[in-house]
Design a protein around this ligand. Structure first.
Ligand code: B12
Length: 79
């Protein structure tokens, strides 16, 4: 699937960059990957950190990638 319409931009006119991050020790990253794909399909630039990130690593990635938004996924905890 590909996005439709104009690419969303920040107020500065640059493409929106999002870091989707997965802190914690579990391996439940399917939802984060679904969200990352949906954002990409909408024309947003996405960096997915992968599993087992510490808060410090996530912040470092966001700085290095010049991200506008950090999306965090915590453990689902549904029974
Ligand atoms: C698939 C799954 C797995 C897969 C994970 C595969 C993967 N790569 O993600 C596997 C088989 C590996 C797995 C393993 C385990 N699992 Co599991 N798993 C599930 C299951 C069935 C579905 C989760 C899922 O993928 N849903 C589909 C996605 C698309 O939905 P979602 O995660 O909710 O994401 C949506 C939103 O939450 C949101 N969202 C998600 N991420 C993000 C990020 C951002 C930035 C934003 C904005 C939004 C957002 O948008 C998404 C799309 O709508 C759940 C049960 C359930 N019904 O949730 C159990 C569940 C989470 N698992 C559970 C358990 C216990 C385990 C194990 C410990 C089992 C075991 N004894 O080995 C292991 C842990 C292994 C590990 N290393 O972590 C329990 C957790 C219970 C608890 N709270 O303690 C659950 C709830 C099942 C249960 N009822 O017991 N699991």
């Amino acid at each position: 699937m590909t996005g439709t319409g104009a690419q969303p931009r920040t107020s500065a006119g640059t493409p929106i960059r999002v870091v989707v991050a997965k802190p914690g020790l579990d391996g439940h990253d399917r939802g984060a990957k679904v969200v990352a794909r949906a954002l990409r399909d909408a024309g947003i630039e996405v960096v997915y950190t992968g599993l087992h990130q510490t808060p410090e690593q996530i912040v470092e990635t966001a700085i290095q990638e010049d991200a506008d938004v950090i999306g965090l996924w915590c453990f689902p905890a549904r029974t």
